[in-house]
Design a binder for this molecule. Structure first.
Ligand SMILES: [Mg+2]
Length: 253
């Protein structure tokens, strides 16, 4: 852990700031508001921008300093900052329609080939979602209940098999495990490490002065990319642990 308040703090969203696709709690909202007075904060996660707005921004107290908040949806494939009352897109590494079709095709074959997805079965919302800079496959559907998602792949064996089967067909892309049931595909070279580099450069913050907090920093986890940057890292197991980390940071500031 860093000895002083980092200049910039990155947080993963699902499993770190909030439960999967759920809004942040009241206590977390208050802690983030406090943190935004003292440091810049970036949320980086596989979801789309609308998901970040619902889960995080809409829950923050009205007077929160959004000028210090940065959003990197789709695993860092896009960056938004708050300008004149709106989320302004700084960049987005969008996939072309042909690329989206290619990715979707690979996902369909991989799901069938691994025996993990029967496309004829009903799902909780669409299974494949084009998020602009990323295509995401959610095995049970985008709107599956948390309890179902939790029990689907507790040891990540299914996600590993799906990821490998998709990656084999898409050598020119970045393919990684996302949330509890999700595989995310981005343009090659676009991942959370890319997002971290981009924002540190934009804000002229040395990576050594930044901190990344995430619940999947282990090998193969969706926060592992942070290790390919110069930022400090802090592993947490739940939003409750993240709250404790923020309290620790505030005590230094
Ligand atoms: Mg997570």
């Amino acid at each position: 852990m860093m000895q002083t308040m980092p200049k910039l703090i990155f947080f993963d969203l699902d499993g770190t700031l909030a439960e999967s696709k759920a809004p942040i709690g009241e206590e977390m909202a208050a802690l983030l508001e406090e943190l935004l007075r003292q440091a810049r904060v970036c949320v980086v996660s596989g979801g789309a921008l609308s998901q970040f707005e619902k889960q995080v921004v809409a829950r923050l107290p009205e007077h929160a300093n959004l000028g210090h908040l940065y959003l990197e949806p789709t695993s860092g494939a896009a960056l938004y900052e708050w300008q004149n009352g709106l989320w302004h897109k700084v960049y987005e590494e969008r996939l072309s329609p042909a690329q989206v079709t290619e990715i979707e095709g690979a996902m369909r074959i991989a799901g069938t080939e691994t025996g993990l997805i029967d496309w004829a079965d009903a799902s909780h919302g669409e299974r494949v979602e084009n998020r602009g800079g990323q295509v995401s496959l959610s095995a049970l559907g985008q709107k599956a209940p948390l309890a179902l998602k939790r029990e689907w792949d507790p040891d990540k064996a299914k996600r590993r098999a799906l990821r490998d089967a998709i990656a084999k067909r898409l050598p020119a892309y970045a393919v990684h495990m996302g949330g509890l049931t999700t595989i995310d595909v981005n343009r090659a070279g676009v991942d959370k490490a890319y997002g971290i580099h981009q924002l540190c450069e934009r804000l002229h913050v040395a990576e050594a002065d930044a901190l990344y907090v995430g619940d999947e920093l282990e090998a193969g986890g969706n926060d592992e990319a942070a290790f390919r940057t110069g930022v400090n890292t802090r592993a947490v197991a739940s939003p409750r642990e993240t709250a404790a980390v923020i309290r620790e940071l505030l005590a230094k500031g």
